[in-house]
Design a protein around this ligand. Sequence first.
Ligand code: UDP
Length: 238
Amino acid sequence: TAGDPTLRRVMLKISGEALMGDQGYGLHPPTVERIAREVQSVHEMGVEICMVIGGGNIFRGLQGSAQGMERTTADYMGMLATVMNALAMQGAMESLGIHTRVISAIPMDQVCEPYIRRRAVRHLEKKRVVIFAAGTGNPYFTTDTAATLRASEMSCEAIFKGTKVDGVYDRDPMKYPDARRYDRITYDEVLQKHLKVMDASAIALARENGLPIIVFSLDAPGGFRSILAGEGTYTRVE
Ligand code: UDP
């Protein structure tokens, strides 16, 4: 089943906007703490957890380049935004008593660890939560692709994409009350129908590596844990 209680290692991808609460920008500490508790409840089940957090609550490369900034510069600024979010989440996790490491694709040794695959694996084996920051380290990519890449490198069994809604719908469920949720859908259908799950390069990479994507609501309290326990509603992209 989609919520497979036997999952041992997973990737949780959340957008930067998930951390801003009802504000239009930046970080909302109570929201960061709430999400940290959701992660804690899964960590308590003994599941090894990788995380990737976007940066859209602070800065998006495309936005910067639309305002005349050079695209690559703007993308590096976006990657730096993800480091800020990762540090905020690390702080919230550690105040709950969970050992958490931030690992950056762009080395900044005074701030966090550089990405070294084998070291990241070792942290996971020791049940530390690992937050992968600075995306892939390359402009023109997104944190969705970074999540898929790191999930593949870390041999995660699935990517959990936390969103505002409990799965993938045929139309925007916020606008159309009769929108239908898919229980399961293929990578190809997501691409053909241009459904907003993750960007196309992330979907293609997940397909290449046979990594299922579980789209679920991060707003529902206990949602992450219940899906790992084999319950709840979600969409499985496979
Ligand atoms: N980014 C990048 N390369 C990466 C990941 C991210 O250049 O590998 C930049 C890009 O400018 C992007 C920004 O970082 O707009 C924030 O990431 P993203 O848009 O994926 O964040 P989210 O929408 O998930 O909050």
